[in-house]
Design a binder for this molecule. Structure first.
Ligand code: PGA
Length: 245
């Protein structure tokens, strides 16, 4: 599953232009992959129209756990479902950092979205400091266990996104990314779990990442903003482990 997170980028007009440039490039993408775009809320409707007739799906960048109410700035699962959204990103390191989102809140978002019929994409990952202190496994295990309490793993995506690799150009070595994704699979205890890697994924490293046994997809920030580069990522080439070595 190849997902592009536009973050706080793209007006409606830009989203339309993007779709016009992107869709022809993925029209013949192999059917073994799903392609997802996560625009800002304001561009969901326009993008949905522009993607009509294609297999490209839409994710939201957040969801609230309540169905409605006095929650200024939040959005409900029902509002997203009405627009044809299928997935929602929860627990991204940016809201964890800038809005101090807790594992408990992230869990509430994931549970509510799943209950409503959206598939949560739960992001987990360690900081540079946590990695240097040898805390990677402990931190991610906590994020996985607390974030996924009460969650059905068959309707879930987990994205391993080491914070130090996000937007920095420093990709986690594919071997190490694969190792952590494997640990996550074990901790969740569901062999068919869809696990993505995220953090400076680019056209130049996608084939190697996707060749890894425990990496089932990627969550892409910066490189998803350019239709050509995201199309190259979505059209990743399947290389065998032997060829990649
Ligand atoms: P990046 O962002 O690809 O720009 O590193 C990844 C993400 O935040 O999901």
């Amino acid at each position: 599953m190849i997902a592009g997170n536009w973050k706080m980028h793209m007006t409606c007009a830009q989203a339309k232009q993007y779709a016009a440039a992107f869709l022809p490039q993925v029209a013949n993408a192999p059917k073994d992959r799903s392609i997802v775009l996560a625009p800002p809320f304001t561009a969901i409707s326009t993008l949905q129209e522009a993607l009509a007739g294609s297999d490209v799906q839409i994710a939201s960048q957040n969801v609230h756990w309540e169905a409605s109410g006095a929650f200024t700035g939040e959005i409900s699962a029902e509002m997203l479902l009405e627009l044809g959204v299928g997935y929602t990103i929860v627990g991204h390191s940016e809201p964890r950092k800038y809005f101090s989102e807790s594992d408990e809140q992230i869990n509430q978002r994931a549970r509510a979205s799943q209950a409503a019929g959206l598939i949560p994409i739960l992001c987990v990952g360690e900081s540079d400091e946590q990695r240097s202190n040898g805390e990677t496994e402990r931190v991610i295990r906590r994020q996985v266990e607390q974030g996924l309490e009460g969650i059905d793993p068959s309707k879930l995506v987990v994205a391993y996104e080491p914070i130090w690799a996000i937007g920095t150009g420093k990709t986690c070595e594919s071997e190490e990314a694969n190792r952590v994704c494997g640990l996550i699979r074990n901790w969740v205890g569901y062999p068919n779990l869809t696990i993505q890697y995220g953090g400076s994924v680019k056209p130049g490293n996608i084939d190697e990442l996707m060749a890894k046994s425990d990496i089932d997809g990627v969550l892409v920030g910066g490189a998803s903003l350019e239709p050509d580069s995201f199309a190259r990522i979505a059209n990743y080439e399947v290389v065998t482990a032997a060829a990649a070595a």
